[in-house]
Design a protein around this ligand. Structure first.
Ligand SMILES: Nc1ncnc2c1ncn2[C@@H]1O[C@H](COP(=O)(O)OP(=O)(O)OP(=O)(O)O)[C@@H](O)[C@H]1O
Ligand SMILES: [Mg+2]
Length: 224
């Protein structure tokens, strides 16, 4: 079953007098549980692509469906529901809240959706254990290493068991060793949870680890 479906999606930005076409008639189908790696040079439109799928931006033309939602046509209220219930997002920067512990940060999205605190906490602790942070539950973000912060962000993205995870260079800020660790954990987690993953990376090692690698060049998404 398709978790993500893009049909003839184009995205252009007006820059001064000229129109910059970043995505040109892109088609993409991602199936349940599939791991798709997206590569492409800086400025090729990788973040734009993920933002469109996650409903953070709207296409200039074309249709986007994700997890049964017509993302490109949703109003703000349905978009919020879509993101909260179906989507996990990890970025290059962790966006953990500094006044909250690792456990509190991870449980927050579940708690916000109405899960009782005790249950959300328990689930957060289990996820932190999965990413090797059992001993860091009560640490604040400033008391975690860069890699640990990204792993906590990963746990947070999965707390509501989303069928789809979007990751935009989640290891972009880490050194080689930590990148590898976070990537391994990310892949292990999505495989174990049956989550579909679209991940943008510059890392050659990761490119071979997905089910499929796609490259964005001159507005087109090509199989590589
Ligand atoms: N809101 C915007 N307005 C105008 N141009 C934009 C906007 N957002 C992105 N762009 C342009 O679209 C192109 C693609 O940007 P995008 O952020 O998707 O690239 P990227 O592949 O993620 O690059 P990087 O690897 O550097 O993160 C860039 O040339 C950028 O300048
Ligand atoms: Mg980007």
């Amino acid at each position: 079953m398709a978790v993500v479906e893009l049909k003839a999606v184009s995205k252009s930005f007006q820059s001064g007098e000229s129109l910059l076409t970043v995505l040109d008639n892109v088609d993409l189908t991602v199936n349940e549980g599939e791991v798709v790696v997206v590569r492409g040079s800086s400025g090729s439109g990788k973040s734009t692509l993920l933002n469109l799928i996650g409903g953070l931006d709207t296409p200039s033309s074309g249709d986007i469906e994700a997890c049964g939602y017509a993302v490109s046509k949703l109003g703000e209220r349905d978009l919020t529901e879509f993101r909260a219930s179906r989507l996990g997002f990890v970025f290059q920067f962790h966006y953990l809240l500094k006044d909250f512990t690792a456990t509190e940060n991870v449980m927050m999205p579940a708690f916000m959706r109405g899960m009782p605190r005790a249950e959300a906490t328990e689930r957060a602790q289990a996820l932190l254990a999965e990413v090797g942070l059992s001993e860091r539950q009560t640490h604040y973000p400033t008391q975690l290493s860069g890699g640990e912060r990204q792993r906590a962000a990963l746990a947070r993205a999965l707390i509501n068991e989303p069928p789809l995870l979007l990751a935009d260079e989640p290891t972009g800020n880490l050194d080689a060793e930590n990148s590898l660790r976070v990537e391994e954990q990310l892949l292990e987690l999505v495989r174990r949870h049956g989550t579909s993953l679209i991940i943008v990376t510059h890392d050659d090692r990761l490119a071979t680890r997905g089910d499929r690698t796609l490259t964005l060049e001159r507005g087109a998404l090509v199989t590589s």
